[in-house]
Ligand binder design. Structure first.
Ligand SMILES: Cc1ncc(COP(=O)(O)O)c(C=O)c1O
Length: 403
């Protein structure tokens, strides 16, 4: 185990104590396949799944829990939405900041001649201008798909403004909430979000192998996985109604039960509380790194326009080397490279080597941030630096300031 874990943007660690405590009890008490009425243990397992659906719906302000569909992770949910909504000839508007879980399904559909993809640019901070989205939408656009916050720069996108534009144009908005679900308040209905893909294992603090898709009333999603539902077995095709339409086969009952525990933990404290904690840690990082002067920082200068993701570089050193030193010598776990989002690095000028990404979580201690900062200062001190960032072949983007 690392001494300091700063890779919560990949998956959160640790989870709330109640998540660990529930594992054994769940398997002992409700270890049946949710059976929709076949026997008592199956009914109880089903009830646990439905209870998770209700708390997830509450967290995202979805009035009907049946509109929450469980998936393996955010990637699975994004594929379900993209492949279930698009039709041959459609145009899709997206951004250059996207993760490959959006890029690759779109690129594959485009390569097969089925759709056309239009990518809107961003500022050097990774921010999308809603007016660029407005200009990119045409009468052939069916879907606008974009992330809520960047996993590279931490930039929060103006989703509500984009939601209004997409709604006015009568198109659908799919939001990749991989970096915001559980970490930033999301209210799907007022924000005009038709489809929200979320991981269960990141800021929702659930176990690996969990995630889901909110499917709003305007979105019709074709199933891309068909099979048993435990009820309506006489129907030759997948039932029309949600969530059965998009949930076939035996579910990840244990994972969903644990996700329910994690979401109840979040609801107990409130997303705003969790965000305040994570942003205080982010501020601690940014203030020290910026004051030091040896680090290039990326993303918005204003703390309120970002999530707890800090990308940096040390001029003249490859991010992978920094990550290796942090891990091997200082036992600090960070993520390096392109973070599955090559377009984001092109936008901020860090392609192809990428950045070093530090992502604190709710359970990160201030002392751990201090330890990581010490380690980074040691690493920067070991490097024979060129006199200017330009001499290192890199351009500083926007230095992150306090507020
Ligand atoms: C912005 C973004 N989208 C999608 C994903 C994919 O999430 P998952 O690992 O749950 O499939 C990630 C994961 O890091 C991400 O950061």
């Amino acid at each position: 185990m690392p001494a300091v874990y700063l890779d919560n943007a990949a998956t959160s660690f640790p989870k709330p104590p109640r998540v660990y405590e529930r594992i054994r009890g769940f398997l002992e008490e409700y270890g049946a396949c949710p059976g929709r009425g076949s026997h008592e243990m199956a009914r109880q397992a089903e009830a646990v799944i439905e209870a998770t659906r209700r708390v997830v719906a509450e967290l995202f302000g979805a009035s009907d829990p049946r509109r929450i569909v469980f998936a393996l992770n955010a990637t699975d949910a994004l594929n379900m939405a993209i492949k279930g909504v698009l039709q041959p000839g459609d145009h899709v508007v997206t951004t250059v900041m996207e993760h490959n879980s959006v890029n690759r399904p779109l690129n594959a559909l485009e390569r097969d001649g089925l759709i056309r993809v239009i990518r809107v640019p961003t500022s050097r901070e990774g921010l999308v201008d809603p007016q660029d989205v407005r200009r990119a939408v045409t009468d052939r656009t069916r879907l606008v798909v974009m992330l809520h916050a960047s996993n590279v720069t931490g930039t929060l996108q103006p989703i509500a403004a984009i939601g209004r534009i997409v709604r006015e144009a009568g198109r659908l908005l799919l939001v990749d909430a991989a970096q915001t679900a559980g970490a930033y308040p999301i209210d799907v209905e007022p924000a005009g979000i038709d489809l929200l893909a979320f991981p269960g294992h990141k800021a929702l603090m659930g176990p690996p192998g969990t995630g889901g898709l909110y499917v709003g009333p305007r979105a019709a999603v074709r199933p891309w996985r068909e099979g048993g539902t435990g009820v309506m077995s006489e129907a030759p095709l997948q039932p029309e109604e949600l969530p059965l339409r998009l949930e076939a086969g035996s579910p990840n009952t244990l994972g969903i039960a644990l996700l329910g525990e994690a979401v109840r933990f979040i609801l107990q404290f409130g997303v705003e509380w969790i965000r305040a904690r994570e942003m205080a840690l982010t501020d601690q990082l940014l203030v020290s790194l910026q004051a030091d002067g040896r680090f290039l920082l990326y993303g918005p200068a204003v703390l309120s326009r970002r999530v707890a993701v800090v990308s940096l570089n040390i001029p003249g050193v490859a991010p992978d080397e920094i990550g290796e030193m942090l891990s091997q010598t200082f036992h600090v776990a960070v993520r390096t490279g392109l973070h599955c989002a090559p377009g984001a690095h092109r936008a901020i000028g860090t392609f192809p080597t990428g950045t070093v990404r530090l992502s604190p979580g709710y359970f990160t201690a201030e002392a751990e941030i201090a330890q990581a900062l010490d380690a980074l200062r040691h690493v920067a001190g070991r490097v024979r630096r060129p006199s200017t960032p330009a001499a290192a072949g890199r351009r500083p983007v926007s230095a992150a300031a306090r507020r």
